[in-house]
Write a protein that binds this ligand. Sequence first.
Ligand code: KG4
Ligand code: ZN
Length: 341
Amino acid sequence: MRILAIESSCDETAAAVIEDGRKMLSSVVDTQVETHALYGGVVPEIASRRHMEAVVRVTEQALADAGMDKHDVDAVAATCAPGLIGALLVGANFGKSLAFALGKPFIPVHHIRGHIAATYLAYPDLKPPFLTLIASGGHSEIVMVRDYTDFDILGGTRDDAAGEAFDKVARVLGVGYPGGPKIDKLAQGGDPTRYKLPDSHIKDAPLDFSFSGLKTAVINLAHNAEQKGEEIDRNDLAASFCAAVVRTLVPRLEQTVRETHVRRVVCAGGVAANSFLRAALADMAKRTHTQLYLPPLHLCGDNAAMIGSQAYFEYLAGNTGTTLQNAFATAEIGENICQKR
Ligand code: KG4
Ligand code: ZN
């Protein structure tokens, strides 16, 4: 089954053709990063308008790269939640309309389920159940993937997502948007013990965590230094921040691995590209004798290939959309967005 998938939940307009959930026939990502960098972050209305302009071109390219005509696709999928609502509506409505015009099924896909599915493209033998650490710009959760469309959230952030914290700290350090890759680069060779940054502990919820305290600590550190006329070592602060994020996420994941006795662990989302997190997860996998599955870097950020992969499993589970299908700014990973109103 060949699925044409569309992704437009944030600042990437993407289209891909995926065969049977595992084989990538094409994947095109058109990023708006340079536009939003001018404003220091994503401007939702500009994002929606750029998706409008890009979506047909990107789709035509994905079909051409796969050597296909639009009539050859068996279904059309699009990200319908969660994300910036104006941005989502562009891709979701385009996908639904295209499916309608072609007389093919429309498959709505949850963006975070898609991030997890990116791993299926890289590891053809990976099957649920497995444990996942989700770390993206909008989500940070520890999720048990019981089956392709069956998820259980075991813990997560009480406030900011990991990626949000990276982007905020990048702004404070004046390195611009998007912050994650830039902080990662700055931190290479920095001293992670130089600045003392706080850990978060949530009473009676050991698998939950918070990034707002960490973010505030970095902001205060930078402001205090500025007031005293002292120079901050940006490499050391970036390294200390990366270490603090790793300290927040990895021990909780490790605790879950030990408690649930899972043998397979996945990390997904934009922050899964972070070199310090990847190294710490590899160490954890050795300690716990688990198999670690990390998507390759090009599949960590937003793309439509991951949406096309998850769409296949949604289709097998009977989760196709009707012509009434809508898009939603928020939706938990366990929700069936086909039935959401
Ligand atoms: O998953 P994603 O592409 O979009 C969402 O679904 O949110 O994640 C984007 C986030 C951004 O906050 C970006 O700064 C972060 O992922 N990110 C990174 C790295 N690359 C991207 N964070 C840390 N280290 C990286 N290398
Ligand atoms: Zn994403």
